[in-house]
Design a protein around this ligand. Structure first.
Ligand code: ATP
Ligand code: MG
Length: 229
């Protein structure tokens, strides 16, 4: 049987930050399901809660209310070790702030996720080469992040997210600092990965980019709605 497989589900998820005397409701009552093979764009103004949502989807953060469910299992019920394992093996994350390690070379940064695998792949070196080539960063493999431009750092962060060939790719404004041509190439790459069955969730400010995805989720003042770009 060819049934739709649920990858991630949010059930009335909220994220509340205490800020001195006040509180910030960064996410309010968010409920939706992501199925295997979906390509989703997340849209919304600055401060609306997009990164908060992405962190919860990658279980880098816990909700203050509601539940995040990964492949049918509530994430809250997993141990930190189990969470780390799933994150390492199944999820690729492109952070808005890149999060590259400054002391490591570009090559070592891209190779990092492979080290978290329970069994490091035999073709690790080739995978790093391939990922660097995909984003056009082979010529800077031995540089440190501090020696790169913003767009180049972003491309290295994308290579790192892809090196494990994750089932799920979460990318927070992955092309925000890139020129139109490089951004288009990265998006073509994401769409190719999606055609190969990967689940892809991308935050973008651009309605043109969002329109290239089959599904759009809008975030406004912490509230999530579905709709076309
Ligand atoms: N650690 C935190 N502590 C307190 N408030 C936070 C924290 N992180 C985010 N917020 C607040 O939560 C809200 C949502 O932030 P978030 O980073 O999710 O926005 P965003 O949609 O990703 O914005 P941008 O497009 O600028 O990246 C904002 O009002 C922000 O100030
Ligand atoms: Mg953000």
């Amino acid at each position: 049987m060819n049934s739709v497989r649920e990858v991630l589900r949010l059930d009335r998820v909220g994220k509340r930050y205490p800020m001195g005397d006040t509180i910030v409701d960064a996410l309010v009552d968010a409920s939706f399901t992501l199925n295997e093979g979906e390509a989703v764009a997340i849209l919304g103004p600055s401060g609306s809660g997009k990164s908060t949502l992405m962190h919860l989807l990658g279980f880098l953060d816990s909700p203050t209310s509601g539940e995040v469910i990964f492949e049918g299992r509530p994430v809250a019920a997993l141990t930190e070790r189990q969470r780390a394992r799933i994150r390492a093996e199944k999820i690729g994350f492109v952070f808005q702030a890149f999060n590259l390690l400054p002391r490591l070379s570009v090559r070592a940064n891209v190779a990092l996720p492979l080290a978290y695998n329970s069994a490091p792949p035999a073709d690790a070196e080739a995978r790093v080469d391939r990922a660097l080539e995909l984003v056009g960063m082979t010529h800077r493999a031995h540089h440190k992040p501090g020696e790169l431009s913003g767009g180049q750092r972003q491309r290295v962060a994308i290579a790192r997210a892809l090196v494990n060939e994750p089932r799920i790719l979460l990318a927070d404004e992955p092309t925000g600092n890139l020129d139109t041509k490089t951004a288009a190439a990265i998006l073509d790459l994401f769409q190719e990965l999606n055609r190969l069955g990967r689940t892809i969730i991308v935050v973008t400010h651009s309605p043109e980019i969002a329109a290239r995805f089959k599904r759009q989720i809008h975030v406004l003042d912490g509230r999530v709605t579905e709709g076309s770009a």
